[in-house]
Design a protein around this ligand. Structure first.
Ligand code: SAH
Length: 192
């Protein structure tokens, strides 16, 4: 896993997804060397860079041009430019034009999560995975409901990470906000 401080960051662009959370997302994504990964809402490029180290190709989408250039900078910094395609635009309209893929990571959806999951499901290869990372309560519910409608069985993991801060008196544990990772696999019969 790449350390948080090894990403170029800016206050204008969210991310990178914290190292420990990236670890869980990669665990659920099961990326193989032949996989094509779609990173929807690539932000700073945290998940794009991790995926590019494991996959054949990553397609990174963000509606914010600053996020695209931040992701680009991080991809270049980690020497992965030949593996990544960058597309600026709204995920739903961009996805319509794309060929099939093996892994769909969703880190941002601006109210269109059910549609993005459903469109992703259509384009997902068999045994493909969809992984949603959510900070909002509403997103979790929407993700679970949408997976169920598609006959996919959602795997839901919530993590609350606390990091130790070294102080004069000892190591103080500082809690972060809970993150939920909702993932599902596309199988013929809808079973894992
Ligand atoms: N996973 C990223 C952080 C994601 S932040 C990282 O590790 O760096 C969420 C991003 O989703 C934001 O940059 C936002 O612009 C983008 N986003 C939100 N809704 C979107 C949509 N409908 N289409 C494309 N990008 C979207």
């Amino acid at each position: 896993m790449i350390r948080n401080e090894d990403f170029i960051q800016s206050k204008q662009v969210p991310g990178p997804t914290k190292e420990e959370v990236r670890c869980l997302v990669m665990c659920k994504a099961h990326i193989c060397k032949d996989d094509v990964v779609l990173d929807v809402g690539c932000g700073t490029g945290g998940l794009t860079v991790e995926s590019a180290q494991r996959a054949q190709e990553v397609i990174s989408i963000d509606k914010n041009p600053e996020a695209i250039s931040m992701t680009q900078r991080n991809v270049i910094k980690h020497g992965l430019l030949e593996k990544v395609r960058f597309i600026e635009g709204d995920a739903l309209s961009v996805m319509t034009e794309l060929p099939s893929f093996d892994v769909l990571l969703i880190g941002g959806s601006s109210g269109e999560l059910p549609q993005i999951i459903s469109k992703g499901y259509e384009k997902l290869n068999l045994n493909g995975r969809i992984i949603v990372t959510s900070i909002l309560l509403e997103t979790r519910v929407e993700a679970v409901e949408t997976f169920k409608k598609l006959n996919m069985i959602p795997d839901v993991v919530e993590v609350t990470i606390a990091k130790g801060k070294i102080t004069d008196r000892g190591t103080m544990m500082m809690g972060r906000n809970p993150i939920t990772i909702i993932s599902a696999v596309k199988n013929e019969d809808g079973n894992p």
